[in-house]
Design a protein around this ligand. Structure first.
Ligand SMILES: NC(=O)c1ccc[n+]([C@@H]2O[C@H](COP(=O)([O-])OP(=O)(O)OC[C@H]3O[C@@H](n4cnc5c(N)ncnc54)[C@H](OP(=O)(O)O)[C@@H]3O)[C@@H](O)[C@H]2O)c1
Ligand SMILES: *[C@@H]1O[C@H](CO)[C@@H](O)[C@H](O)[C@H]1NC(C)=O
Ligand SMILES: *[C@@H]1O[C@H](CO)[C@@H](O)[C@H](O)[C@H]1NC(C)=O
Ligand SMILES: *[C@@H]1O[C@H](CO)[C@@H](O)[C@H](O)[C@H]1NC(C)=O
Length: 315
């Protein structure tokens, strides 16, 4: 009995030690105010996006929740207004799985909003299936939709400089490689299930890098983030059996959405990080990525391929 109590006390202490030192992550300590600034957060109705939007609203920003579902976005708007005491929180329709919807969103936004200082490309999916335009879902939503969105808003970001773009990636980029001859099979192998998702997350990193190169001298900067593993709706599509195992593990070892949002918030508001434009951040620190994710020639080629796929080509 006594040994049981001692053992569970040790286990609990160990868990707390590990959780707070290694798993919880690092908070963004900047107290930058965003009064008078406007931010867009994609996929802000739940998870990391909602936590990010709440933090930006608390700092006084006007926050646009760019979401695909009015039914899911409106309760989030209500909730964020209530928790932040900021009424400048609004929903605008954006379905990143449709290039037409991305264009419509940009048009509406540019017509109705004079300012844009922060663009948070947060929405993400690992689900299978295809977008309206026939791309695999992860590539279409996580990379291409955001690529088009960013390009359509770039002039406004430049006019409102200093401004920032923050792109959500993931550590899973490691297992992916780009094969331009077939963008849907890169990664493959043992991690097949993850491969479309991981490829899109690798593209997120290369996109933020090339974007920073193209934006040099404009006072618009871009950053890419691994948020850490957070317990969000991202795992809603797992099969029941997997969920039974996964949920307790995630509950114990994954971050809360607010903890997972800290590095995104850091990249959005921290003073003095402009010299790291184009770089990858985790736990509120700049991190070095593997060589295949910092290859400028590949990043440039990805940009050109994406321009064509998104119908942005002028030549
Ligand atoms: N959670 C993690 O452990 C983790 C780890 C590494 C990276 N990330 C990245 O962090 C970001 C946020 O993830 P999360 O964990 O917060 O996921 P989440 O809870 O599943 O939220 C994802 C958000 O993206 C939106 N979305 C999905 N498809 C969309 C589309 N076609 N158009 C517009 N919005 C769309 C979702 O809207 P609906 O509610 O309508 O589906 C939701 O608001 C993602 O980019 C993800 O890849 C997360
Ligand atoms: C990856 O995308 C391709 C199409 O581009 C699709 O055929 C395949 O099913 C996708 N894989 C997963 C696991 O979603
Ligand atoms: C791309 O990869 C998929 C999945 O392996 C395959 O079915 C398809 O034929 C490939 N397409 C090209 C153009 O190689
Ligand atoms: C960028 O910001 C610096 C410092 O505020 C300013 O001197 C410079 O003119 C700005 N450049 C552009 C292109 O806006």
């Amino acid at each position: 009995m006594v040994s049981w109590i001692i053992a569970s006390a040790i286990a609990t202490a160990l868990y707390i030690l590990i959780y707070y030192n290694f798993l919880k992550g690092v908070p963004c300590r900047s107290d930058t105010s965003l009064k008078g600034k406007t931010a867009i957060v994609t996929g802000a109705n739940t998870g990391l996006g909602k936590a990010t939007a709440l933090d930006l609203a608390r700092r006084g920003a006007r926050v646009i929740l760019a979401c695909r579902s009015k039914e899911r976005a409106e309760p989030a708007v209500f909730d964020i207004r209530k928790k932040s005491g900021n009424n400048q929180v609004i929903y605008m329709h954006l379905d990143l799985a449709s290039l037409k919807s991305v264009r419509a969103f940009a048009e509406t936004f540019l017509r109705s909003e004079p300012q844009l200082n922060l663009l948070i490309n947060n929405a993400g999916t690992g689900s299978s299936g295809q977008t309206v335009d026939g791309f695999n879902m992860a590539w279409g939503v996580n990379h291409l939709g955001h690529f088009l969105l960013t390009n359509l808003l770039l002039e406004r970001l430049k006019q409102c400089a200093p401004s920032r773009i923050v792109v959500l990636s993931s550590l899973t980029y490691c297992i992916s490689r780009i094969d331009f001859s077939n963008l849907s099979i890169a990664g493959g192998g043992f991690f097949r299930e993850l491969s479309n998702y991981s490829l899109s997350k690798l593209c997120n990193i290369l996109f933020a890098r090339e974007l920073a190169n193209r934006l040099e001298g404009t006072n618009v900067t871009s950053y890419v983030v691994h948020p850490g593993f957070a317990f969000t709706d991202a795992f809603r599509d797992f099969r029941l059996l997997i969920k039974l195992v996964f949920v307790p593990v995630a509950f114990l070892f994954f971050r809360t959405p607010m903890d997972g949002a800290q590095t995104t918030i850091y990249c959005a508001v921290q003073e003095g990080i402009e010299k790291f434009s184009g770089r990858y951040f985790a736990d509120c620190k700049v991190r070095k990525v593997f060589p295949h994710a910092r290859d400028d020639a590949v990043a440039r080629k990805l940009w050109e391929v994406s321009e064509r796929m998104a119908g942005l080509c002028r030549h």
